[in-house]
Write a protein that binds this ligand. Structure first.
Ligand code: NAD
Ligand code: UDP
Ligand code: UDP
Length: 343
């Protein structure tokens, strides 16, 4: 039943999205790199639920087996401890390439490793896609726009990025990954898809990854002040994870290369975000100002008209609807952590 035939080396994608799932759609074998992470594990859940066979490659730098433990024992699922900086041979139809630390705290921890992951990791996955004729999707980032001089950001904007700053390992790394994807497409005919993801939140985010939503939610639950960096007037747009996953699958299965902005256009200052967290979790929550980090973009908001028109996709879940959906998971993990400490 598996769609990949080593005899022909040809994939069978293309039917997905046009034929209703379960009717006439052959099973895909799909690789998700970084599948043990926050976004990847939700994506894996969706692919498994629709009947795909999924292989996760992850080195567990920021990902956790806990995020996938509910799939252990499922014959359609495989988890391989693998660093994408190293080559690997697999026979697959589609490659979702997510492997890369995403939070500033994690990607600055070992910047050279972040660049190697973005460049050598992406090269290896494109080499794999080329060898087996698989379709390849890159999860790029809104950070390719840097500290944008255009607002909101459209895909045609080339960005305002510092090439020698602390964030460069990530944003220049992702820009190079986009370049590689386009060069494999133009030079070797690899079918590529590029998503530029804007700030995303939801259950399974690392508790202490330093991102603003996870910080504020964890701080409010722990009855600590929410740490607002700078004057708190910088803006971001926050997307709930299930909206992103729907967008990634629509992009992979559709006919357009991209790049596509995938984000929720609702724009909030960090002070406004702290108010929403306060309303959602604890009306007595307080804030505390801290110095901001270097090169912090002042504002960020996606223009998603291209994805709306060509992928028929737009986010459905507002910040006020989405935040409560992650609180139970955060409370449980914070409780487990506290009990672990007490033991
Ligand atoms: P995450 O840190 O939770 O997940 C990344 C996963 O990649 C982890 O499981 C980690 O262990 C794995 N990984 C890292 N380096 C690896 C390597 N060398 N080899 C194998 N595995 C490796 O982050 P996330 O939020 O789930 O992000 C997933 C992808 O989406 C990333 O590529 C990120 O750049 C992109 N993205 C995310 C956001 C967001 O707001 N979450 C925004 C823009 C882009
Ligand atoms: N690669 C891989 N798996 C494959 C095919 C290639 O990991 O199935 C790696 C390969 O080791 C190389 C990279 O992908 O480092 C780029 O491969 P490509 O064939 O495009 O380039 P070349 O090997 O000719 O440099
Ligand atoms: N931020 C904040 N308090 C925190 C963590 C982050 O005010 O505890 C701010 C940060 O300065 C930035 C915004 O929140 O302006 C988003 O930061 P995050 O690290 O979540 O994402 P990114 O900068 O990559 O968009």
């Amino acid at each position: 039943l598996a769609s990949f035939s080593s005899g022909t080396n040809r994939p069978v994608y293309g039917k997905v999205g046009r034929v209703p799932v379960g009717i006439g759609r052959r099973r895909m074998r799909v690789v998700v790199t970084g599948g043990a992470g926050f976004v990847g594990s939700h994506l894996v859940d969706k692919l498994i639920a629709r009947g795909d066979e999924v292989i996760v490659l992850d080195n567990f730098f920021t990902g956790r087996k806990d995020n996938l433990v509910h799939l252990f024992g499922n014959l359609m699922f495989e988890l391989i401890r693998h660093d994408v900086v190293e080559p690997i041979l697999l026979e697959v139809d589609q490659i979702y390439h997510l492997a890369c630390p995403a939070s500033p705290v994690h990607y600055k921890y070992n910047p050279v490793k972040t660049i190697k992951t973005n460049v050598m990791g992406t090269l290896n996955m494109l080499g794999l896609a080329k060898r087996v004729g698989a379709r390849f999707l890159l999860t790029s980032t809104s950070e390719v726009y840097g500290d944008p001089l255009q607002h909101p950001q459209k895909e045609t904007y080339w960005g305002n990025v510092n090439p020698i700053g602390e964030r460069s390992c990530y944003d220049e790394g992702k820009r190079t990954a986009e370049t590689l994807a386009m060069d494999y497409h133009r030079g070797a005919g690899v079918e590529v898809r590029i998503a530029r993801i804007f700030n995303t939140y939801g259950p399974r985010m690392c508790l202490d990854d330093g991102r603003v939503v996870s910080n504020f939610v964890a701080q409010a639950i722990r009855k600590l002040p929410m740490t607002v960096y700078g004057d708190g007037k910088q803006t971001r747009s926050f997307q709930y994870v299930s909206d992103l996953v729907d967008g990634l699958v629509a992009l992979m299965d559709g006919e357009h290369i991209g790049p596509f902005n995938l984000g929720n256009p609702g724009e909030f200052t960090m002070l406004e975000l702290s108010e929403v967290v306060k309303e959602t979790i604890d009306p007595s929550a307080t804030i505390e100002f801290r110095p901001n980090t270097a090169d912090d973009p002042h504002m960020r908001k996606p223009d998603i008209s291209k994805a709306k028109e060509l992928l028929n996709w737009e986010p459905k879940i507002s910040l006020r609807e989405g935040l409560p959906l992650m609180v139970g998971d955060f409370r449980q993990r914070i409780l487990n952590e506290d009990e672990g400490k007490g033991a």
